[in-house]
Design a protein. Structure first.
Length: 274
């Protein structure tokens, strides 16, 4: 991994995500972190009816970069081997992050999210999931209470449906190869399943990720999100990988439960697209 992109709105949750990104970069040897701040503007028009771009954007642009530099300084000492870049812009969150990603080519985007479903503290946090849907770069959503400890225990949430078709094998391996990791798969039994021991998908995943000697965990669950949160806490998981897709448990979680999962879990969620 070479570059980590960290969007920020200067809130405490985005600051926590920034600290997480820095410590992750140190742990895996990533040499570059890009910070990006977006800002909102009030449109100002000339008497002719034309948009006065300089009056609209100019003051915000200068203040945004000044505040971004102050924010980066507030993060404390960053090891000199990590190159720091700063970008800012007046685009919407989704479009802005996507545009900066095209310019900087990050391997990972790290975004903060406020705990307990509290949106009022951070505008950016409420858009973390929508950014994860828009961009193709893996997005690591860091809860406001998450503290980086180590890059080791990684769990992949799988519904065992068309695993070859829907599992982003190369992207996941690229992430895992950043350090010595212990990979596990978590499967929540469907109502008609009694066991997953000999499930063809389990056998396939074992083969696809054999170099990591994965461990499989199966949970009988009626409360998906709560049980996932309990599992990650009990197992002291460092990162939970979620792959959004249609007509599956994962898509259900991404659309209906991921907000709860992100807001109430202390474990960062890595959203990876196929």
């Amino acid at each position: 991994m070479n570059t980590i992109l960290v969007p920020t709105d200067f809130s405490s949750s985005s600051k926590n995500a920034s600290h997480f990104a820095i410590n992750l970069a140190i742990a895996i040897g990533a040499p570059r972190i890009v910070f990006y701040h977006f800002y909102e503007t009030v449109l100002i028009y000339k008497p002719t009816g034309e948009l006065d771009e300089e009056a609209t954007v100019g003051p915000h642009r200068a203040k945004s970069m000044e505040n971004l530099e102050i924010f980066i300084d507030s993060l404390g000492v960053i090891p000199p081997q990590i190159e720091i870049e700063a970008y800012q812009g007046a685009a919407s969150v989704n479009d802005g992050v996507a545009e900066v990603a095209k310019i900087t080519h990050p391997d990972l985007i790290v975004m903060g999210i406020a705990g307990g479903g509290i949106f009022k503290e951070t505008f950016l946090g409420s858009h973390s999931l929508s950014v994860a849907k828009k961009v193709t770069v893996p997005v690591l959503i860091v809860p406001s209470t998450a503290v980086f400890k180590h890059f080791e225990k990684i769990t992949f949430l799988s519904d065992f449906t068309d695993v070859e078709k829907y599992t982003p094998i190369n992207e996941v391996k690229k992430f895992l190869n950043n350090g010595p990791t212990k990979l596990s798969f978590l499967h929540l039994l469907k109502s008609y399943e009694t066991t997953a021991d000999n499930h063809p998908a389990k056998i396939k995943l074992e083969s696809l990720f054999k170099e990591y000697n994965p461990v499989f965990h199966v949970i009988e669950s009626e409360h998906y999100t709560d049980d996932i949160i309990d599992f990650t806490a009990a197992q002291d998981i460092d990162i939970l990988i979620v792959v959004p897709k249609y007509h599956s448990l994962i898509e259900t979680i991404f659309n209906d439960h991921t907000k709860k999962l992100a807001f109430h879990s202390k474990v960062p969620l890595l959203i990876v697209h196929k």
